[in-house]
Design a binder for this molecule. Structure first.
Ligand code: G3I
Length: 397
């Protein structure tokens, strides 16, 4: 029985490798992979290539190119803002589903999967909730019940339509926070204690038995010192190992991938190693919010190509490092960019001293940048034996 199973598995592997090596034929025309979309090229590896979507941009009648690229270039989408609690329940008890529903419908029309973002985060919470806790009108037991109800309501509404949920986002501090020793940070840890993480995953699983449930964070692309007091990747790894050991239904870890060209950053092997170590916990992985920003010096702003070119090249190299690492690890199910064009990126609005930008794969006029071409070539040139089709994970009960 065992032998037969192995033989079947072997036959499937051989067939898969053969299929991957087959080039799609088109009558009379040589196959040109460069004319394929990122989404289509990713599917060759079973990898979804996605983007965060700004609903304002999607609904802007004067911006048809945004809509076109959003609909065609990617095989999955994430709501940049409209599934956050402040958007969904701006006043207590009144859910505003319109924009989130619109995104989910958009994805369905375009045969895209949806990464749900986000059920529990300390940012973009409604004022009635944070204000109520601050003035004491919402007690701790009531807060916990409100969180349970929120997770349940949202996850149930989109049950069957969300592929991966970011259940908990950014629960861990950074070395520059106070105190510098890494710890559970933010509104939820402060008011409910770290036990809210296990609760959140259990409530999400009860509401949606089929979605893959992710923990999502930034600055976890590679391991550092290995000391959880100052190595955020290690802290998150230990946290997820404990949650898994307790039987908490966490399926995956999302590494956001917000990088900057002014930092040292990592090579492909370091990032691959981190994905592998998370995989060894029984988790699937993903890059969930990739962008690579640069400082906009005076020269850059004045259009000086000697200042712009190295930044575009460094940005492309970092996009590519994350893509190659993702391709190399079969648990890495998706690679999502956090906005695809520089005119709709969160970066310039967020980093203004010094100003930063140039963070995405298309420029402000929707021209693909070097980064776009580099990740496309990664998708085209990858294949067996080093790059194999993605795993098909089962959500954990
Ligand atoms: O909707 C209001 C609008 O009514 C108002 O006129 C305008 C004036 O500032 O603000 C608008 O809200 C902004 C919102 O984005 C929607 O555009 C907020 O000010 C702005 O702070 C908010 O920024 C978002 C940020 O999360 C908030 O923390 C970014 O768009 C969004 O890209 C960013 O996304 C996060 C991920 O969720 C988690 N990981 C990090 C990532 C980047 O910060």
């Amino acid at each position: 029985m065992k032998v037969r199973r192995w033989m079947t598995a072997g036959a499937v592997a051989v067939a898969t490798v053969a299929a991957l090596n087959t080039v799609p034929a088109a009558a009379g025309k040589p196959y040109d992979p460069t004319s394929q979309t990122l989404g289509a090229l990713g599917l060759r590896h079973g990898l979804q290539v996605g983007t965060a979507i700004s609903m304002d941009a999607l609904n802007d009648a004067d911006d048809p190119q945004y809509r076109k690229i959003a609909a065609t270039e990617f095989s999955s989408v994430t709501a940049e803002n409209v599934m956050k609690w402040e958007s969904l329940e701006p006043t207590r008890g009144n859910y505003n589903w319109g924009p989130a529903d619109q995104l989910v419908d958009f994805a369905k029309r375009n045969r895209q999967r949806v990464r749900g973002h986000v059920l529990v985060w300390h940012n973009q919470l409604p004022e009635w909730l944070t204000g109520g806790v601050a003035d004491g009108s919402i007690s701790k037991p009531e807060l916990r019940e409100l969180l349970r109800r929120h997770i349940t309501t949202v996850a149930k509404r989109y049950q069957g339509r969300i592929w991966q949920w970011d259940v908990v986002n950014e629960a861990v501090s950074d070395p520059w926070d106070t105190p510098p020793t890494l710890h559970y940070k933010g509104f939820w840890a402060e008011h409910l204690g770290p036990g809210y993480l296990a609760d959140a995953f259990r409530w999400a699983r009860a509401a949606d038995p089929k979605a893959l449930l992710y923990y999502n964070d930034y600055n976890i692309e590679a391991f550092g010192s290995g000391n959880p007091a100052d190595d955020k990747t290690q802290f998150v790894y230990d946290m997820l190992r404990r949650l898994r050991a307790q039987g908490v239904p966490v399926d995956g870890v999302g590494s956001q991938g917000h990088l900057g060209t002014q930092y040292g950053n990592y090579n492909t092997f370091q990032v691959t190693e981190a994905l592998r170590r998370f995989t060894s916990l029984g988790l699937v992985t993903a890059f969930t919010e990739v962008d690579v920003r640069s400082q906009l010096t005076e020269g850059v702003r004045a259009g000086d190509s000697e200042e712009i070119n190295p930044r575009l090249q460094a940005s492309a190299a970092n996009f590519s490092v994350l893509m190659k690492a993702c391709l190399a690890v079969r648990s890495c199910l998706s690679y999502t960019v956090w906005g695809f064009s520089d005119n709709h990126s969160w970066v310039p609005g967020w980093f203004d001293d010094p100003p930063e930008g140039l963070a995405t794969i298309y420029d402000e006029n929707y021209q693909p940048k070097l980064a776009y071409h580099e990740i496309k070539s990664d998708l085209i040139l990858a294949g067996p034996p080093y790059v194999l089709p993605r795993l098909a994970p089962k959500p954990r009960r």
